[in-house]
Design a protein around this ligand. Structure first.
Ligand SMILES: Nc1nc2c(ncn2[C@@H]2O[C@H](COP(=O)(O)OP(=O)(O)OP(=O)(O)O)[C@@H](O)[C@H]2O)c(=O)[nH]1
Ligand SMILES: [Mg+2]
Ligand SMILES: [Zn+2]
Length: 337
């Protein structure tokens, strides 16, 4: 089946980039990434081109007018990447041009502000709009309190409560999954991601089959990543689990989630204020005035520390280990004395 550019998610920010393109160059979106090649689709055509480590599923490319040669990659609206597991510091692209990340949790003990903030920082850092989806509203006395708590996690954040098993309620995600939109679900095991997807997919179609299959355990070991067409017109990309999606170099995403704190910190007396016992600390003053939850400050600082640790280059890590080794040695020497 072939698609129109609009159906594939074409938009003005991409069209503007064609100004300098050669006549007849054809835009095409990367529909799937395999070890052996990239499946790309453009206006009324689909073809396979050579693989390229710099290109991710969801990317937009320009193909030459009369051959399948890739001419250039168009600027991305968003890019989700991770540090490759095992390899030191190497970056691995996961998906490009996602519009929305549905951060999924439930109206129960799975609701964990620190974990949600981690996903939020990941989305913000990648340039993807996060939406919190709160499932199992049908099993909860006060789903609205969860919605309020979720929306308080970040300025401007939206949250939806629903019963994932009810297709009418799953339909609340419609505004984000219409034609040309690209989305993904993230969240712990058991929160209802597959249930929600099934409710959105409705009856079995070919696309349904492949998503359901891909959702089964074990399939993620293949290097295959693909865009699936939703009946509502949008595109879905399956993501690896969160453990494999840890934060690295996400300082700007973290500051976006904690924008209110980051802004306030600018008015602390000292530029390097640790917001602890420093004089003139605007954050501590706001805590004393009851305007900021001290737990939120603690979570911000913890996430920043983790990001700094994960973002260290190998050389920096070795330097820190050496310094630590020296410290241990001198402490031992001190003990002996
Ligand atoms: N009552 C109710 N049950 C739900 C809801 N959402 C999910 N469930 C149930 O919770 C269980 C787990 O749901 P899944 O959809 O498999 O969860 P998942 O997020 O896909 O989990 P993983 O695939 O392991 O990551 C299933 O038994 C669902 O029927 C909901 O909104 N209400
Ligand atoms: Mg699942
Ligand atoms: Zn301060």
């Amino acid at each position: 089946m072939t698609h129109s550019l609009a159906t594939l998610g074409w938009r003005p920010s991409l069209a503007r980039q064609l100004a300098d393109a050669p006549d007849g160059a054809r835009p095409a979106r990367v529909m799937s990434v395999h070890r052996s090649g990239l499946t790309v689709a453009g206006e009324g055509f689909e073809t396979t081109i050579a693989p390229d480590a710099e290109t991710a599923v969801g990317d937009w490319l320009l193909l030459a007018p009369n051959s399948d040669a890739g001419l250039q990659r168009l600027d991305r609206q968003s890019l989700l990447k991770r540090r490759a597991p095992g390899a030191e510091g190497q970056e691995q692209l996961i998906a490009a041009n996602l519009d929305t990340l549905f951060i999924t949790t439930s109206c129960n003990a799975d609701f964990n502000p620190a974990r949600l903030e981690r996903y939020l920082a990941l989305a913000e850092d990648a340039g993807i709009t996060p939406v919190i989806v709160l499932t199992k509203a049908d099993l909860c006395d006060d789903p609205d309190s969860y919605r309020r708590d979720a929306e308080a996690l970040m300025p401007g954040l939206l949250a939806e409560t629903l019963n994932a098993k009810d297709p009418d309620q799953a339909a609340r995600l419609k505004p984000w999954i219409g034609p040309g939109q690209t989305v993904a679900f993230a969240g712990s095991s058991g929160v209802g991601k597959s249930t929600l997807l099934n409710a959105l997919l409705g009856e079995d179609t070919a696309a349904t089959q492949s998503i359901r299959e891909d959702d089964a355990k074990g399939r993620h070991t293949t290097t295959h990543r693909a865009l699936f067409h939703l009946p509502q017109g949008g595109w879905l990309i399956d993501l690896p689990g969160m453990r494999e999606l840890g934060l690295t170099d996400a300082a700007s995403g973290i500051d976006a989630v904690f924008a209110d704190l980051a802004e306030l910190a600018q008015t602390c007396k000292f530029r390097d204020c640790a917001h602890d016992t420093e004089p003139g600390c605007a954050i501590q003053a706001a805590i004393e005035a009851g305007e900021i939850d001290p737990a939120r400050l603690a979570r911000w600082q913890k996430l920043q520390a983790e990001d700094r640790r994960n973002s260290e280059t190998t050389a920096e890590r070795h330097a820190r280990d050496r310094a630590f080794g020296k410290m241990v040695k001198s402490a031992m020497a001190g003990k002996k004395r």
